[in-house]
Structures are given as C-alpha cells and as structure tokens.
Write a protein that binds this ligand. Structure first.
Ligand code: SF4
Ligand code: SF4
Length: 74
C-alpha cells in the first residue's frame, strides 16, 4: 500500500501510470495519484518501484510514511 505521489510536484506526464503492474495509478484533476489499496510496492513484480523509476521528477513518488505499517515499531 505505501507509495504516494506528491501532487504539487507532479507534472502530469503520465509516465508512471502505464508502468504500474497493479494499475494503482490514475489521474485526478490533472495530476496523478496512487490508490494505496492497490500499491504493493512492486514486490513480486520488480526489484524497484516502477513509479519511482519512471518519474522524471525526483522525490515525487515516495513512501507514504503516514500509513501504519511504516510507523516506527519500538
Ligand atoms: S510502487 Fe509499484 S505498485 Fe506501487 S504505485 Fe508504484 S508502480 Fe504501482
Ligand atoms: S511520472 Fe511523476 S510527474 Fe509523471 S505523472 Fe507520474 S508522478 Fe507525475
């Protein structure tokens, strides 16, 4: 579940959309967003997240640390 797109940095180029093996990325209001329920971090498909690899803007597809599984566990 854990990648998200920083919408203020997204240029709407759509490069990430077709690379996602789970069709988790779609356009919303001119920028793209990741459906956290569909994102698997590309585990089992690729060695690295394909949205990160495809995105021309650094640090735009990033881990969503607000999700519970990424919170520090003691
Ligand atoms: S990390 Fe992989 S599964 Fe998740 S949104 Fe990016 S391309 Fe899709
Ligand atoms: S590849 Fe990056 S800039 Fe292009 S649509 Fe996806 S998140 Fe936005």
């Amino acid at each position: 579940m854990p990648f998200k797109i920083i919408s203020s940095q997204c240029t709407g180029c759509s490069a990430c959309e077709m690379e996602c093996p789970n069709a988790a990325i779609s356009e919303k209001n001119g920028t793209f967003a990741i459906d956290a329920k569909k994102c698997t971090e590309c585990i089992g498909h690729f060695d690295e997240p394909q949205c990160v690899a495809a995105c021309p803007v650094d640090n735009t597809c990033v881990i969503d640390t607000s999700l519970a599984r990424y919170k520090a566990s003691a």
